[in-house]
Design a protein around this ligand. Structure first.
Ligand code: NIG
Ligand code: FE
Length: 421
């Protein structure tokens, strides 16, 4: 395979090493001006500044970055990618001020998406999610996590997970799958929730055997899954070798983050209502605070207290939470802009929160998450004079070009033709 050289990179920004970055270490970013990157066989072969003459050889492909900035391909480590339909019919209620959990309690919210997902065919789910992946790729995202949780029975959860698997095989974006049967209590189990929890626990071994997910997530929240129920499900998941995640302290502070730390979850996600005591516990653990500011924006809620978390030494990731109910947007760049404006995170902290730290959540930190020799050539070129500009000029897409596994997949903000899949 011929080498590719990306030349004329105005500035390259990346973390170095594969370690989780916590607290003040999230400020560490390597900055190289007038940089180049050499790619071979899908991996980063070399990078540096100034002359790349020594890598010039017959057949080499030169890609002109045209003074763009280069960053590791973004990683979105919390999405509900695969689902049927959309919920704009509930939008008016939301604007009137009817709370998110009240819509769910009255059989809408997650439960209306469950109905649409159960009624959708594999192909319908595939086509819709494929389109979302195209949007994500255009925003410079090269790896994501995708949760099930809109089937809420074994067959339909498996349908969702199989769609994610097929998408992982066919689309340039890599997908790590999470089983989230514990997303809501389905209507048919409303009066016997213990039976539903039992059925989730039974499903875990089926999902493990089919190798359809490597992680398990639970929506731990008042009137959804209690601390005890969450613990029961996640302890069973741990026994089967799953990595565990939690939707924790999103709306009410019920100690979800503390439980995530106790169970050694790889991440606790949302945390808008997290209390200080749980922050202290998280600071001395390896559980990552995965913050989802698009959800605060859309639900008109408080933003997670990122500054306090960072000052205590917590590791932060930022994700889109793309889903039809609380964050109907695939735009990770908008989440980054909210992290700056609303959560007061600085550009280096934000870059690490969408690259190396989410790579740790997905257990891919030795392959992706930084631009370094030997790692995958997942590279996003942003048409901006510097990293600050990407956060300052909000609501637009700054992506110019995207390389996935060394292949140019987006050029001049346009998705390149691929073999049909
Ligand atoms: O992360 N909080 C629970 N789950 C999703 C929302 C799912 C939905 O409303 O469809 C979230 O916010
Ligand atoms: Fe979520």
């Amino acid at each position: 395979m011929p080498k590719t050289i990306i030349k004329n990179i105005q500035t390259l920004y990346t973390s170095t090493g594969s370690m989780l970055l916590k607290g003040t270490s999230m400020n560490q970013v390597l900055v190289l001006n007038d940089a180049y990157i050499v790619i071979q066989d899908g991996l980063i072969y070399a990078l540096g500044t100034g002359s790349f003459e020594k890598y010039m050889e017959k057949d080499v492909i030169i890609h002109d970055a045209k003074n763009a900035i280069a960053v590791p391909g973004f990683i979105d480590s919390h999405t509900h990618l695969v689902h049927g339909g959309s919920r704009e019919s509930e939008f008016a209620k939301k604007i009137e001020g009817i709370p998110y959990l009240d819509i769910l309690k009255s059989g809408g919210g997650i439960l209306s998406t469950v109905e649409m997902t159960r009624n959708a065919t594999f192909d319908e789910l595939y086509t819709k999610a494929y389109q979302s992946l195209e949007e994500m790729l255009l925003f410079g995202v090269t790896t994501i996590e995708a949760k099930s949780g809109y089937g809420l029975n074994l067959d339909n959860e498996i349908k969702q997970l199989k769609v994610a698997k097929r998408l992982h095989e066919n689309h340039p974006i890599d997908i790590v799958s999470t089983y989230m049967g514990a997303h809501a209590i389905p209507k048919d189990f409303k009066d016997n929730r213990e039976d539903y929890i039992e059925s989730i626990i039974e499903s875990l071994s089926v999902i493990a055997k089919l190798k359809l997910a490597t992680q398990v997530d639970v929506f731990c929240e008042t009137d959804v899954f209690s601390l005890e129920e969450t613990k029961d499900i996640l302890e069973n998941a741990l026994e089967l070798g799953f990595k565990i995640r939690m939707h924790a302290d999103e709306i009410h502070s019920i100690g979800g983050a503390g439980l995530a730390v106790e169970l050694k979850a790889v991440s606790a996600d949302h945390l808008m209502a997290m209390d200080e005591q749980d922050m202290d516990a998280m600071a001395v653990s390896n559980t990552i605070a995965n913050l989802l500011p698009q959800t605060s924006f859309y639900l008109n809620k408080d933003y997670a207290n990122a500054r306090m978390m960072l000052s205590k030494g917590i590791a932060i990731a930022i994700s889109s939470d793309y889903n039809p109910g609380s964050a109907p947007s695939e735009n990770l760049q908008f989440a980054m802009q909210l992290a700056a404006n609303k959560m007061k995170m600085n550009p280096f902290e934000i870059l690490n929160a969408v690259t190396i730290n989410p790579a740790v959540i997905l257990n891919l930190n030795h392959e992706i998450g930084s631009l370094e020799v030997g790692k995958k050539a997942d590279i996003t070129l942003l048409k901006a004079p510097n990293l600050e500009y990407v956060l300052y000029h909000f609501g637009i897409n700054h992506t110019q070009d995207v390389f996935k596994n060394g292949q140019l997949v987006v050029k001049d903000r346009t998705i390149l033709e691929r073999r049909k899949s």
